[in-house]
Design a protein around this ligand. Sequence first.
Ligand SMILES: *[C@@H]1O[C@H](CO)[C@@H](O)[C@H](O)[C@H]1NC(C)=O
Ligand SMILES: *[C@@H]1O[C@H](CO)[C@@H](O)[C@H](O)[C@H]1NC(C)=O
Ligand SMILES: *[C@@H]1O[C@H](CO)[C@@H](O)[C@H](O)[C@H]1NC(C)=O
Ligand SMILES: *[C@@H]1O[C@H](CO)[C@@H](O)[C@H](O)[C@H]1NC(C)=O
Ligand SMILES: *[C@@H]1O[C@H](CO)[C@@H](O)[C@H](O)[C@H]1NC(C)=O
Ligand SMILES: *[C@@H]1O[C@H](CO)[C@@H](O)[C@H](O)[C@H]1NC(C)=O
Ligand SMILES: *[C@@H]1O[C@H](CO)[C@@H](O)[C@H](O)[C@H]1NC(C)=O
Ligand SMILES: *[C@@H]1O[C@H](CO)[C@@H](O)[C@H](O)[C@H]1NC(C)=O
Ligand SMILES: [Zn+2]
Length: 417
Amino acid sequence: MAAAALGKIFLLALALVSVIIAERRSYNGYSVLRAKVDNLKHFKVLSTLRDESNFDFWSGPLYGKYADIMASPEEYPELTKLLNSHGIPFSFMINNLETVINQTDALAKTQAEMNWNEYFSTEANYAWLEGLAQNNSNVQVLNIGNSTENRVIKVVKISSGPSNATRPALWIDGTTHAREWISTTTATYVINQLVNNASAHRQILDNLDIYILPIVNPDGYEYSRTTERLWRKTRSILANTTCRGVDPNRNFGYKWSGEGNTINKCSLTHQGAAPFTEPEAQAVRDFILGSNVNWQGFIALHSYSQLWMTPWGYTEDLPRNYQEMMRVANKSVAALAAVHGTRFEAGSSANILYQAKGISIDWAKGVPNITYAYVIELRDTGRYGFVLPPNEILPTAQETWAGIRILAEEIAGVEQD
Ligand SMILES: *[C@@H]1O[C@H](CO)[C@@H](O)[C@H](O)[C@H]1NC(C)=O
Ligand SMILES: *[C@@H]1O[C@H](CO)[C@@H](O)[C@H](O)[C@H]1NC(C)=O
Ligand SMILES: *[C@@H]1O[C@H](CO)[C@@H](O)[C@H](O)[C@H]1NC(C)=O
Ligand SMILES: *[C@@H]1O[C@H](CO)[C@@H](O)[C@H](O)[C@H]1NC(C)=O
Ligand SMILES: *[C@@H]1O[C@H](CO)[C@@H](O)[C@H](O)[C@H]1NC(C)=O
Ligand SMILES: *[C@@H]1O[C@H](CO)[C@@H](O)[C@H](O)[C@H]1NC(C)=O
Ligand SMILES: *[C@@H]1O[C@H](CO)[C@@H](O)[C@H](O)[C@H]1NC(C)=O
Ligand SMILES: *[C@@H]1O[C@H](CO)[C@@H](O)[C@H](O)[C@H]1NC(C)=O
Ligand SMILES: [Zn+2]
């Protein structure tokens, strides 16, 4: 008991010291291990580990593929012992995480300039969006809500109008999960193509309104930029715990669960105390339901794993128009691959990733009944994972736009070859 109390005091002191000397969390000596998941026994062991431990599973376990697991230097012996004791083969995906993080820092640039060679702060992204709206009569910035820490949640509407209740519309959002920075840069690239390369996309713009929310979770994104690179959730304050944040992609109110590890407030996939506790998820819901818009498409951008997925996440059963969503998804992944040769897999979320309840595309399909709903897990397949270097921002955006364009053309009724 005395030892435990002393331990606690020591940890407290350590926490204080680390707050004072380093505002930014160090990932020095952290590794990310890739465990092979080539049989059902290993899949079950790793699923249980994900659900019952505090290990940060960057990805998976994906049956027949892999699980990527982050470990601090202190956790490393425990993790490798566990993997070895079950005969689960593993390799290093990332050796020293801090080295990679140091190469991918988001710049705190705030001028209204944009490029796709660097990551930018929320403020810099917003300044750019406002500039686009000032300069282009078909661009509007809509403030659809405020985050827990009172950051504005900004949607860009691109419309050659006139908008009405029958004109089809496509929704695209990014950075629901704070550490998935590549989803914001991909979203802003799409905005830039539609605004500054409009003549190449006339047919889409003439027949379709496009709404893009590049940063669903600005609190989490800023926290990831400034303090803890691998932060995933929102920054909401929870009752009876020092752990913070809810997984916004478990907080949507369709087949929201109340099961498993998502009840655990410290879990990376904490669902919240009830559906739509998070203002960020509320903002998306209220805007989609409150607007008099003919929503035909809903795309949620995430990373990583290179997957182009339809609902459902909550069940392995398939939604009513699965075949139609897959027909378009297959065309999208083919168009994507044609750009830089990057291979994506298409399928339903529960079948090719894993079951997850309360995800935004399930809500988009289940409640507003949006025809085409997809979650896209962008690059890569595990060289860098969440800490994708800046030189992959542009090619990722280019190829993803080629895939998204297929959907936009389908919805806009543009003839394709
Ligand atoms: C990462 O950058 C920080 C801040 O510049 C530096 O203190 C640290 O030594 C770097 N770490 C590695 C592993 O390069
Ligand atoms: C808007 O136009 C001004 C004046 O031409 C220009 O300086 C600025 O870069 C433009 N902003 C954006 C975001 O295009
Ligand atoms: C966000 O907060 C501001 C200032 O508190 C308020 O004026 C605005 O209405 C809020 N936005 C939404 C969409 O709730
Ligand atoms: C809505 O706008 C489209 C063009 O975007 C037009 O073809 C259609 O007739 C309009 N519908 C109504 C009800 O005004
Ligand atoms: C504009 O879009 C066309 C068609 O996708 C593409 O070929 C061209 O490279 C784009 N231009 C720029 C400057 O991105
Ligand atoms: C917090 O703990 C108190 C006392 O145990 C309990 O009454 C309350 O329901 C808890 N609140 C939540 C949100 O868990
Ligand atoms: C999509 O592609 C997969 C793999 O090539 C194929 O098995 C499936 O039948 C295709 N689905 C549709 C609806 O075209
Ligand atoms: C969803 O939309 C489809 C196509 O318009 C329609 O057939 C179906 O009845 C709708 N489902 C619900 C639950 O509203
Ligand atoms: Zn995600």
